[in-house]
Design a protein around this ligand. Structure first.
Ligand code: GTP
Ligand code: MG
Length: 215
């Protein structure tokens, strides 16, 4: 497939798994710049991370909702030498979780989002067919709550996943609906469309203050 925007985004030349933890006290040391990806179970977080890192299965994906229960950290280095950490948060909204699991999910995600000094941006994923639901609003409210550590304000971006599940003519109306709901910048994404991967990298780099043009 033609990659019309690829020349404007430095390519990922190396990606690796840094570590993961189900507990806030055992996270990898906060170093560098982190971008966190969150959303409902099965929305496509791990698939999107693999697409961004050009790796087939570095972040584990599954047909079974609730697959990722830990916070997982990856590091990606681009051809211009910039390094960023991509963070896969466990999904929410999975009905078959016990109450205690939901509480530990809440503690883990809240502690990470509000107290991580290296967190620079949050990407909230919603299924393009479902739009922004009550659980997503809760997450967005959490992201905009005051941080418990000194750090610059978080960049927040919406990504509508699984764009390929809609006919092309429905893409723009669906994205406009999500923009209206969220009042935030919103990009469409499909694992099957590399142009959407490049556009997301471009927006992420802009959000965290990296230059967007290849050197
Ligand atoms: P949890 O870890 O359970 O929170 O899920 P997740 O958000 O990480 O979702 P995951 O990436 O595991 O994807 C869930 C399912 O959706 C898998 O079967 C993926 O193949 C599928 N999927 C993800 N992204 C896309 C996409 O862009 N298009 C299509 N058609 N399927 C996708
Ligand atoms: Mg996952």
């Amino acid at each position: 497939m033609a990659r019309s925007t690829s020349s404007r985004v430095p390519r990922i030349v190396e990606a690796n798994f840094v570590g993961s933890s189900p507990k806030p006290e055992h996270l990898p040391d906060p170093v560098g710049v982190e971008i966190a990806f969150c959303g409902r179970s099965n929305v496509g977080k791990s698939s999107l991370l693999n697409a961004l890192m050009l790796r087939r299965n570095l972040a584990r994906t599954s047909n079974t909702p609730g697959c990722t229960r830990q916070i997982a950290f990856f590091q990606a280095r681009a051809s211009d030498g910039t390094v960023v950490r991509l963070v896969d948060l466990p999904g929410y909204g999975y009905a078959r979780r016990s109450k205690s699991e939901r509480i530990s999910w809440g503690n883990l995600v809240e502690e990470y989002l509000l107290a991580r000094p290296t967190l620079a941006a949050v990407v909230a994923l919603v299924d393009v067919r479902r739009g922004v639901e009550a659980d997503d609003e809760d997450l967005l409210n959490l992201v905009t709550a005051p941080a418990r550590v000194p750090r610059p304000p978080l960049g927040v971006l919406l990504v509508a996943t699984k764009l390929d599940k809609l006919p092309r003519s429905a893409h723009t109306p669906a994205l406009q609906r999500i923009r209206r709901q969220s009042q935030r910048p919103t990009l469409g994404f499909s694992v099957k469309d590399p142009d959407t991967h490049d556009r997301l990298w471009q927006e992420l780099r802009r959000t965290i203050g990296f230059t967007t043009t290849a050197g």
